[in-house]
Ligand binder design. Structure first.
Ligand SMILES: [Zn+2]
Ligand SMILES: [Zn+2]
Length: 257
């Protein structure tokens, strides 16, 4: 299976060749699971020949624009592909949103501008702390975090994910207040995709090393000023702190698992 980085930037102003956060997991059977949908993610995916019609489920970690603003184009690009390929086979897409009101607003907008593909059932769900999605391909566990303040009723509005496919485990931080919010997950896994927009990556790695975390591949994405302004120094400091190689994701990068 492959991790496609579709956008590795945090919610900054525009930069050349960098788009806001999104990545996709493409399984060996061709099925695709999309995590976050920042600007231009479907454009990057389409131009790198990813078959967007194979997207089965979409998970949006929280309702900030840098994780969500490209979602309407995910659907409209699928719509165009289905028209081009005269694909009328009934399909369905499950979508997990962090908040009911954000889903309601998005759904009304997408419908009103005709963005949804024909013959496609859209099954909407709301994320919950401790909840999970499971099918024959994949299990995705949801962990609430405090990157976004909780709702008045105490519901989490921001989530991290642990993804299990066969014997492989991928942890995706989403945006987090602290890497400690998923410390039990980062203790042992094959890949961690960690946001570096709100944390110095070398500090995160120093902590993981002190905690004897056993992580196969450390990948930083959702880059903030450290990596944008000083990429080489940031990478050197982070690799030194971890004691091993660390991947700093770039748009359109593929990580094989
Ligand atoms: Zn963000
Ligand atoms: Zn955020």
């Amino acid at each position: 299976m492959k991790i496609h980085i579709l956008g590795a930037l945090s919610g900054t102003e525009p930069f050349p060749n960098r788009n806001h956060t999104s990545w996709a997991l493409e399984l060996d059977n061709g099925n695709i699971y999309l995590f976050d949908a920042g600007e231009n993610c479907s454009r990057t995916a389409y131009l790198s020949q990813m078959d967007l019609m194979q997207i089965k489920t979409i998970f949006i970690s929280h309702s900030h624009y840098d994780h969500l603003a490209g979602l309407v184009n995910v659907f409209s690009t699928i719509l165009k592909m289905r028209a081009l390929y005269r694909d009328t086979q009934p399909r369905s897409i499950d979508i997990f949103m962090p908040e009911e009101k954000v889903w309601a607003g998005f759904n009304a907008f997408a419908e009103s501008i005709g963005a949804y593909p024909l013959h496609t059932e859209i099954n909407d769900h709301i994320l919950s702390d401790g909840g999970f999605f499971k099918n024959d391909d994949i299990m995705v566990e949801f962990r609430g975090n405090e990157h976004v303040a909780k709702a008045e009723n105490g519901d989490f509005r921001s989530f991290s994910f642990r993804i299990t496919v066969g014997d492989k485990v991928i942890v995706y931080s989403g945006d987090v207040r602290s890497a400690d919010e998923f410390a039990d997950w980062s203790k042992e896994c094959d890949v961690v995709l960690m946001e570096s927009g709100h944390h110095h990556p070398w500090e995160v790695c120093e902590k993981w090393r002190n905690d004897n975390c056993r992580i196969g591949k450390v990948v930083f994405m959702h880059h903030g000023r450290d990596y944008i302004n000083l990429p080489t120094q940031t990478a050197v400091a982070t690799r030194r702190a971890w004691g091993r190689d660390v991947i700093f994701a770039e748009d359109d990068m593929i990580i094989e698992l």
